[in-house]
Design a protein around this ligand. Sequence first.
Ligand code: FES
Ligand SMILES: [Fe+2]
Length: 376
Amino acid sequence: LRSDRDHTATHLEEVIVMSVYKLDHEFPVASSTAKSHTLPSRLYCDPSVFAYEQRQLFGASWQYVGHVSEIKLPGDYFTTEVAGESLLVVRQQDGDIRSFYNVCQHRASRIESGRGHKKVFTCPYHAWTYNLDGRLHRAPNFVGVEDFDAANCSLSQVKTEVHNGLIFVNLDPQAQPLLSVFGEMFEKMEAFDIGSLVVARSVENVVACNWKVVIDNFLECDHCPIVHPGFTSTLDLDNYEITTFSNYSYQGVPLRNAAGELDFSGNGARYYYMFPSTWFSMNPGPLNLSVNRTIPIDEHTTKLIYTTLLLTEEVDEEQKKLLAFIDQVREEDFVVCENVQKGISSRGYSQGRFSLTEKCVHHFHLLMQEALSGVL
Ligand code: FES
Ligand SMILES: [Fe+2]
């Protein structure tokens, strides 16, 4: 290459030198926050890493998909997406909730979209129908087909568990039960009576960044005084709590009272993050819980679904103000996340460092390093 001075060779040489440079200088995420580097930036832009994450991480971990109050009656359903798969979540005749891959067992058409109420699910292609429990109900025009057993044509079921009204699925049929993986976190959240809440509002946004940029941003508040001045004036950031556990972490912040003094009544904001992609926010004021779903679309696009649960489906004036305030904070975060994605794909950046109050981000990177061991 060195002896060949044409333009292509020079460019190739540059690419090769850059690659070697990156590999030479890639540091593992160290166990101490003070000593550690962040995850290598290539993990935020590489389509093969994205495919691996979808399969190995999102396809094999507990994912929040919705709340029982969204499907109250037998036959109520919604469709949702996990690890690139469309799923159908259905309230059964006996009150249970089951989930299925949203794919017809005839010739693989998608069956339902959106949400609604059905007695049976009818495929829009050749009208096979399925019972609420996924069993094939009717296959028109199949008279004379040999060795055709309707019992072998049920919709493929997905592991589903409901805890305190929150519906979770796991695409891995061998997955450990939800509570054996996250029981400790849910026990802590049960200090709040979240089982009595119902969905009051759900908003969706698509953000132009890798899903890990969104999680990184959520897991620290060093940026709060700079990016969210409104947030900083109501909460006492000097007393911000940060605790990490095996597969979840906690951030908590007390509220300032009207006089700007600290409110020690326990009223404040509390945030639980559940690896890899769900977090729960409990904001000041009457009992409330918001569930944040982070749904990767591709390596540089992420869908966010922000669902707020309140004591009633009606949102009063005070709560409307709180929601408007949260929307503003979220918009401010989207701007910085999209800005980070532009930088993280630059050849001028490979890894960063953590401040000591970015401990939860560091914890997430350690978990990701382990989860991505197959590609690192
Ligand atoms: S693909 Fe569904 S009925 Fe044919
Ligand atoms: Fe933020």
